[in-house]
Design a protein around this ligand. Structure first.
Ligand SMILES: NC(=O)c1ccc[n+]([C@@H]2O[C@H](COP(=O)([O-])OP(=O)(O)OC[C@H]3O[C@@H](n4cnc5c(N)ncnc54)[C@H](O)[C@@H]3O)[C@@H](O)[C@H]2O)c1
Length: 336
């Protein structure tokens, strides 16, 4: 079977990481096209994909006949305008999270895909491909430790770039926990409540953080999420699951431990790109395999919409300080 010819749209941090991944570590695919308005970023990306052709927009890339699939890694605000021509062309797409920035646009994407009659969108919630989360989901489903009572999640970044604004705490960062809590519990989130923790004076002035987000599922599980983007020491994503008869934890670094001068220390990640490197690889390889036979799996556009709906409740709570309910549109039969 011929290799899948992939167009990467948006070649910033994530897009370039995916180009390197596809062209060096994945099998069955190659990057044949890119779309990137920033000339410097395009040039830097093309170093990793010397065969690829650059197009001014996704429609021209599709019209060229040079691509079989698309990987969207523009900022979320541009996802809808890139996704709609892809959906019209009916080609498989991996769209980075968040699928879109708000509920109205997420529902437009869902409606367009459903009208096309074929599931072609996978959303980039790569944590669903992380070994730790997969093992924890199995443990929850197996119920060896009894019923799941609560989840405690910590999502910590050393620092964030200057374009990272306060709403991004929820829309860009907690959106990962929003998806993974539903993945782990198998139950939709019904409310989000944001508490301000004592402010870290090392945080940039525009950010009011860390925050604690309480996500409650329909099944009655509360997940606490400490969202903290100025921890200085490294990048850490830890999840503790509290059961009736025990507790499990995933996400501790398994980096090298060094004993020196009366102390021991273990190497910690400093970026999501290494913490989730294996998960990104497994996510993209499984997408490539599925796209080649025309049967996408993984988180779909409805999962993308479900998370956007909770992000909206979370943003409301970030501003109101109150617990806000998440409400959902009726699921189209297409997604059953
Ligand atoms: N899954 C994850 O863990 C993860 C991690 C980081 C980022 N992301 C997501 O990946 C996406 C990209 O994030 P990033 O950190 O790489 O951002 P980035 O700013 O580094 O890169 C985005 C690139 O898209 C380009 N761009 C903007 N509008 C465009 C358009 N209309 N067409 C083509 N290119 C366009 C920009 O010039 C830029 O080079 C976002 O949706 C983000 O939330 C996901």
């Amino acid at each position: 079977m011929a290799d899948l010819r992939v167009c990467v749209i948006g070649t910033g941090a994530m897009g370039t990481d995916h180009i390197v991944r596809i062209n060096t570590r994945m099998s069955g695919a190659g990057v044949t096209a890119i779309v990137e308005p920033d000339a410097n970023r395009a040039a830097a990306a093309l170093v990793h994909a010397p065969e690829a052709k650059q197009f001014p927009n996704i429609s021209d890339a599709i019209a060229s006949g040079l691509i079989d699939a698309a990987l969207v890694a523009t900022p979320g605000a541009f996802h809808e305008e890139v996704l709609l021509p892809i959906i019209a062309a009916g080609i498989p797409v991996l769209c980075e999270k968040p699928m879109t920035p708000d509920v109205a646009s997420a529902l437009r994407v869902v409606a367009a895909e459903a009208a096309g009659g074929k599931k072609i969108i996978q959303v980039g919630f790569m944590r669903r491909f992380d070994e730790g989360y997969i093992e924890l989901q199995k443990q929850i489903l197996g119920a060896q430790l009894g019923e799941l009572l609560a989840l405690h999640c910590a999502h910590r970044n050393p620092s964030v770039p200057e374009w990272y604004g306060n709403d991004m705490l929820i829309a860009d960062s907690v959106s990962h926990e929003i998806d993974i809590v539903r993945f782990l519990t198998g139950s939709p989130i019904v409310s989000a409540e944001v508490k301000q923790l004592k402010r870290n004076k090392l945080a940039p002035e525009r950010l009011n953080e860390p925050i604690l987000v309480l996500l409650e599922t329909e099944s009655g599980v509360i997940a606490t999420v400490e969202m903290n983007v100025s921890v200085q020491f490294g990048y850490q994503v830890i999840t503790e699951a509290v059961f009736q008869k025990g507790v499990s934890e995933i996400g501790r670094s398994n980096g090298m431990t060094t004993w020196e001068a009366g102390r021991s220390s273990t190497a910690e990640h400093v970026s999501y790109l290494t913490r989730f490197a294996r998960a990104y690889d497994d996510e993209i390889q499984s997408w490539i395999n599925a796209a080649r036979i025309g049967q996408l799996g993984g988180p779909n556009a409805w999962d993308g919409y479900m998370s956007v709906a909770v992000v909206e409740a979370g943003l409301k709570s970030l501003h109101s300080g109150a617990k806000e309910l998440a409400t959902y549109a009726t699921k189209p039969a297409f997604y059953n």
